[in-house]
Design a protein around this ligand. Structure first.
Ligand code: GDP
Length: 308
């Protein structure tokens, strides 16, 4: 019997990867568009959940963005993400749905957490200021799952992915994350025959990148095999510097010019490599190497964004 699974946020990069993987497994995936259900409206969300009664909910709806968007739209990032988490988690409880998977982010951890970051580093130190708004909302989501488990025995779990990339990403230069933004910059520089590309910050911060398809498989694996109070990390297991990443994207896009750094732009957190040994012990591991994932993402960008 296929399970009825609601992917909240099915149009986003993570949501659409989840839908694809779940449909490959012949699950019955529920999707509802923003025009039919505003996730910021508590009564509508609860009513929809009562009427549709999925067996499980996967929470992939979020207001997301790169370092610049996070830093300049603090109210949107804090309010939208708190209210989405509150409405979906509380609504699932009211509708007596016993299984929910909440997705957070590695930015929930303190700026200077010991590396690789274990799950118990949560709330042990101050956050990175450029993304604390998003982080606080995601921490609230983890705590909501824990609270409904503690008070009502709900089997709600939380998964913390590292930096994600892949098909369906936001390739906007100002609001996107580093991989899609650099992909567009290098691609446009090649097409326009420019001499150089400018990369934000010092180039020294390290980031851990996971392809969204690997994350989707990890989320489904946890939905089926993990049922604990504590959140669980889901990362690639290694990180690289932003400058190394820039050289990889230069190679993938076949740009022949130079790379310059813009030190006036923020670096953000120096490093956020997670310890993902717990999810690996459950039997999940990533399968897409960064260079390969960048190549397929670049193909997708050319076919879906540039040619449209
Ligand atoms: P973060 O992991 O929350 O900091 O998110 P981002 O993916 O936006 O940024 C990661 C790192 O890449 C930061 O140190 C940025 O300064 C750096 N970076 C370099 N060039 C760019 C760019 O063009 N766009 C973005 N978003 N980040 C860039």
């Amino acid at each position: 019997m296929p399970r009825k699974i609601w992917v909240a946020g099915h149009n986003g990069m993570v949501g659409s990867a989840l839908v694809k993987e779940l449909e490959l497994k012949n699950e019955n995936v529920l999707k509802v568009s923003r025009s039919d259900l505003d996730l910021r409206d508590q009564a509508s969300v609860t009513g929809w959940l009562i009427r549709n009664k999925p067996d499980s909910v996967i929470f992939a709806a979020a207001k997301v963005g790169g370092i610049h968007a996070n830093d300049t739209l603090p109210a949107d990032f804090l309010y939208d993400n708190i209210v989405l988490a509150t409405n979906v988690i509380h609504g699932a409880h009211v509708a007596e749905i016993d299984r929910l998977v909440f997705l957070g982010s590695s930015c929930i951890y303190p700026k200077f957490a010991p590396q690789p970051i274990q799950e118990d580093a949560l709330l042990t130190g101050p956050l990175e200021p450029t993304n604390e708004w998003y982080a606080i909302a995601k921490i609230a989501g983890i705590k909501l799952c824990q609270a409904y488990r503690k008070q009502y025995g709900r089997n709600y779990i939380s998964i913390m992915p590292c930096n994600l990339y892949g098909e369906g990403d936001n390739f906007d230069l100002m609001s996107g994350h580093v991989i899609p933004a650099l992909m567009r910059k290098f691609h446009e520089a090649k097409v326009l025959d420019l001499d150089s590309v400018t990369v934000w910050g010092s180039g020294t911060p390290r980031r851990e990148f996971l392809h969204v398809k690997d994350l989707a498989r990890g989320v489904i694996h946890c939905m089926d095999n993990y049922d604990e109070y504590d959140h669980i990390n889901c990362g690639a297991g290694s990180d690289i510097t932003i400058l190394e990443l820039a050289f990889l994207i230069k190679e993938v896009t076949n740009f022949q010019g130079e790379i310059f750094m813009d030190a006036d732009k923020p670096d953000g957190t120096p490093r956020k490599l997670m310890d993902s040994s717990r999810i690996r012990k459950l039997g999940w591991e990533p399968s897409i190497a960064l260079r390969d994932g960048l190549r397929t993402t670049y193909d997708w960008f050319r076919n879906h964004i540039v040619d449209k």
